[in-house]
Structure formats: structure tokens, C-alpha cells
Design a protein around this ligand. Sequence first.
Ligand code: AMP
Ligand code: MG
Length: 358
Amino acid sequence: MKAKLVRMTESELNMPALMEAGKILKNGGLVGFPTETVYGLGGNALDPRAARKIYEAKGRPSDNPLIIHIAEMESLPLIVKEIPEKAAILARHCWPGPLTMIFPKSDLVPMETTGGLDTVAVRFPSNRIARELIRQGGGYVAAPSANVSGRPSPTMAEHVIEDLGERIEMIIDGGQVPIGLESTIVDCTEEIPVILRPGFLNQEKLEEILGNVELDPGLLAENEHVRPKAPGMRYKHYAPKADLSIVEGPNEEVTEKIRCLTIENLLKGRKVGIICTEETRGLYPEGIVLSIGARAEEETIAKHLYEVLRKFDETEVDVIFSESFRTPRMGMAIMNRLLKAAGHTVIQVGGGGSDEEI
Ligand code: AMP
Ligand code: MG
């Protein structure tokens, strides 16, 4: 099967194509589509066969639950048992948008969609193409990121074609997505809401709205005894083909260290990749240097992270050294993905101490 490719923009929806995509979903088929976070792989969330197809197309373990996407607030009560007060408040402030919330599920939602859990994750995206597709498809679209399991999430249609072009019915090309990292997941079923996956909406923003919000301790733990609550955060995540290390410390010392490591590795005959920013790209005379974005505009770093990681897989470098991106608003979400990709290999520089790998 070769996916039919259609193009449109949020300001000029291609309604005939969206109606065709909606029919595919209603018949149990799969459609790749843009959202404001990353591209999604959509199937009818209320059809257990569609859920099974999603797991198969992605090669995703079937106990890793799917997020149900809705296009109207009125759709929510049918798929959940109750709406906790804090979830209602967050929905009012952040939906439509890059926020997923966990609810006790209603009987309408098949266990195949929730990976056997009695809770369900729900998101109401803001992208107009996504919303119209959801409406045309019957109102409930299960959609994980549209990548093969273990690869970076897709931020443009080309990535979806690369991974799933032969496995699904249709791909909607809506251009490059604006955010580039998956949605923030919040569990409001607890007394104090818990962030299960960091994203564009950060802890500070959520606390402005709700008061105290905690971070799932499993997200920060590097030992395996404290497990993340979101099943998907437990799986071995994307790792580039090359060995990726993050160099962390004061800016000048980081660039100096990366230059040294580059020379050392080049002398050993290895091909070296460097992930840097617009501010530092001129400081690396050797190696294959890719700028991820500008520190002055941290959103650009999030937006290009997965694209840069995919590019390095094509370039076939042996080792990659990345600067660290603990930026003020999105730093936690960016570093959560980058640290996983690096298998938590961090080279600490500066502060007078010796280098340390943690
Ligand atoms: P993806 O679809 O690739 O963005 O991944 C969806 C994420 O949502 C995974 O990390 C899932 O484990 C998580 N998730 C989905 N449903 C639930 C749920 N009911 N409880 C906790 N986490 C969930
Ligand atoms: Mg994913």
C-alpha cells in the first residue's frame, strides 16, 4: 500500500481531501496528519481494529496507550467517567492546544486504545487541519506520533512518508509543525496534578493556572527503580545510530570542550557531528556542524531537535557532540528528549572539577 499524499494549509483547508480522509478513518484505516506539536498517525479511537493497526504500523508495544484526539469540548464526557475540577479548569485555559490530560475512561473506549488501562489520555489540538479531520472521522481519533517506534517523532510530512509511506492509506502534508515536541501530559486525577511528560506548556505555566503542580519523579530518576507513570516514558526511546554525548557547563568551556573532542575523534578516524546553535555555529571549524536553532528564540531549538537528529542518521557520523539546551521556558521538555536520545551521557565541564560522565 502506498499512502496517498495530499497538501493543504490551515488557512486553506482542502475539504474534499479531508472528507476522503474522514472516510478512511471511519472504515478503520489510518491517516498521517499535522498537529501543532508533531505529526500524528490517526485511526478511529473507538474501533479496536484501528488501534491494533496503529500498533502494527508503528511497531509499537501494544501496552503503550494511545492519546484520543477530539475536536469539540462536547465530545469529552462520552469517553470519560468523570471530569476532575482541575482538569476542567486546565481545559478552559489550554484547549485547544498542546496539552493532554488523563481521565478515568468510559466503557465506550476500547481497552485496545488504552493499552489495557482503565484511564484514557485526551487531547484537543489547535491545528485546524487536525480538528477538521477529527470531525470528518467521527469525532474521536487515536493518534500517537506518526513515526516508526524508536525513531524521532515527525515534524514534517517527509518524515511520515519516510517511516510510514508504505504502511498507511493517506498522509496530509500541512508543512512543518510549529512546536516540534510532543504535548505536555498532565494527570489531574491526583489531588495535586502531576506532569507525566514535559512539553511546550511548562510547570510554571500550569502552576499559574492551577496552583501547585508536581513533576512525575520517574521523569528525573536515572535509576530504574522509580518508573515513569506514563507507560511510553518507560520504553527505550529513540537513540541515534551514532554515539551521542551532551556537553554541559559554561558556554565558552562547552564550545572549547567540543572542539577538543572533535579533533581527538577525527584523529582516530571517526566522523564527528556537532549540534550547536546559531550563536555558536561559527566556533566549530571541524566536523559536520548542524545548528538546531537560536538560544535567543528557544522555540526554534524545540522545533528543529527531531529534524537534526534524523539528519545525523542520514549523514552516518560515528559520534555526535551536542551543546546542552537548558533554556528558561522549554528547557525541561527539550532536555527530556535529548537526554533520552543520548542515553543520559553527559560530559560536565567547568567549575574547576574534572570531567565526569553521568
Ligand atoms: P505518543 O502517542 O507517541 O505521543 O505517546 C503517547 C504518550 O501518552 C505515551 O507516553 C503514553 O504512555 C502516554 N499515555 C497515553 N495514555 C495514557 C494513560 N491512560 N495514562 C498514562 N499515560 C498515558
Ligand atoms: Mg511517540
